[in-house]
Design a protein around this ligand. Sequence first.
Ligand SMILES: [Mg+2]
Length: 287
Amino acid sequence: MITSKTLAIVNPVSGGVDKDPYVKKVKEVFENVHIIYTKENDNEVFIKKEVSDFSPENIVILGGDGSLKLLVDFFGSTYNYYILPLGSANGMCNELNIPKNPELAISSLKGFTIRGINTLKLNDTNCIHLADFGFNADIIKDFSDTRGMWGYFLLYLKNLYKFKSYKFIIDVGDKKIAIKSVMLVIANGKFYGTGLEVNPLGSIDDNLVDIIVFKPFSLFKIPFLLIKMLFGKVTTMSFVKHYQIQECTITNPDNAPFQIDGEPQKNTSKVHICVNKNKVNIYSGNQ
Ligand SMILES: [Mg+2]
């Protein structure tokens, strides 16, 4: 049993999974646990009140990246988090070596250790995982659920006609980089939810943000690109540029579509990017 005072937050609808069996297991693992369920609306007032009334040491999230992001928005780095992969998107579990199978994740909890991870601030919005301009953002804006690697692959094939390049200016203070790109990724993590590694040189705790720019390339290179992504070698490709920085501003004169952690964004002609000062503590599997 884990004895620390723990609040468990359950998103009853995320991932389309029945959470009851997992709630039961959580009660078996945590001795002093208070369970609450997120609502459709007005979560901010409700969750903040429950958390302040109970004042837990740790918060367990039975949900996915969306729930973690919500808590980071509400509480920043105040609490330590456990994540059980029960959301529609569970990309952070990849980053933190948390088993994708929720049962396995629960039975492994006791062996987890706390790791401080960075989060990013993109204009006024927190980013915990990945953001991008261009092709991917254009496609996902019409789809809210995850469909696994093959689902996405087919989606991409169907939408290849949207493959086009946009102008960007990356201003890193002492220099301005003007570049054309079909997809420009702002990365805190390494992996897309599909398991493809878009940011192999990045680290989630180095206080740096990675910018990966895909310059225009022939569609015939997509199979090679996917293979390189599967093997963590994408930045070795001639049309991929990688920058590691502390802070920058990206100007988007062509109004390329933009998404943050799977959420389409509006008014993104200029995006200021930096690493949030305080790390967020999350229990993670062995590195
Ligand atoms: Mg980093």
